[in-house]
Ligand binder design. Structure first.
Ligand SMILES: Nc1ncnc2c1ncn2[C@@H]1O[C@H](COP(=O)(O)OP(=O)(O)OP(=O)(O)O)[C@@H](O)[C@H]1O
Length: 250
């Protein structure tokens, strides 16, 4: 579980996160949605400690992350898997080297142990016979899977994803979404995803948080989102022809 209690974050005099309290439960898909510039990435980065909040407190399970010393925060970060936009694989490293990278950084495993763990993670995301290829030699969907394999290499308790299926065709995006959901349930991770993708919300969203003007404006599940009585949320959700058409047949 990850819990924020009354956190705020400003850049100079611009208030981006405004007194937000929110709880993300393990084993389910927590999605943060909102317009471009509404503060989703700043919220995610504040939760992992990449930005220090100005006010409020963040808890990981039962301890205060905010009150930890820098080296103690590093220990928590080793339990966090991150999936950044655009995969962020190392172009000059092979598939297996990419997955072994966090193991080299944060464990004392032998080379054989690292290879075994990396192979296990690659098989988990259905990648085989690609260990020695470079990211430029595999498709975008495969790159995402390798990034997921790398994100789970250290067996994380928490998984943060910033637009994990951006740039993918709808079918591949669904495969990636379902993989993240399966892994979340399997390892009972606390998974938080930033997304713009309504299809992803309808496919895997267990708990959805709509952020607007730096506040959690609405929260609910995917059944509720299409019927919510909230103007700003409705303007966001029904901004596309597809979602308006879906609403029309409900
Ligand atoms: N490091 C920073 N310094 C100053 N302002 C920042 C910084 N990071 C973000 N901001 C501002 O905070 C606001 C929210 O940005 P954020 O990146 O969280 O939006 P977002 O909801 O993730 O948008 P998008 O969906 O386009 O990625 C924006 O106005 C942005 O300019």
């Amino acid at each position: 579980m990850i819990r924020a209690v009354r956190i705020s974050k400003s850049f100079e005099d611009k208030l981006v996160i405004d007194d937000v309290s929110v709880t993300f439960q393990p084993g389910e898909i927590n999605q943060i949605i909102g317009q471009s510039g509404s503060g989703k990435t700043v919220l995610l980065k504040s939760l992992v400690g990449l930005y220090e909040v100005d006010k409020g407190e963040i808890f990981y399970d039962d301890f205060s992350f905010t009150k930890l010393q820098r080296n103690e925060k590093q220990e928590v970060r080793e339990k966090i898997g991150m999936l950044f936009q655009g995969s962020a694989l190392f172009d000059s490293a092979t598939v297996i080297e990419n997955v072994m990278f966090p193991l080299e950084m944060f464990t004392k495993m032998s080379k054989e142990e690292m290879e075994e763990r990396a192979n296990f993670c690659l098989q988990r995301v259905d990648i085989e016979n690609a260990n020695h290829l470079f990211p430029s030699e595999i498709s975008g969907g495969m790159q995402k899977r390798v990034a997921i394999a790398r994100a789970i290499a250290l067996n994380p308790r928490y998984l943060f994803c910033d637009e994990p299926n951006s740039g993918l065709d709808p079918r591949t995006a669904t495969v990636i979404d379902n993989l993240i959901k399966e892994i979340t349930q399997e390892y009972q991770m606390t998974t938080i995803i930033n997304t713009h993708d309504m299809n992803s919300i309808m496919e895997i969203g267990d708990k959805i948080f709509f952020i607007n003007e730096g506040k959690i404006w609405w929260e609910g599940n995917r059944e509720e989102i299409l019927h919510a009585d909230n103007k700003e949320l409705n303007d966001f959700v029904f901004s596309s022809a597809l979602t308006r058409a879906v609403k029309g047949v409900l």
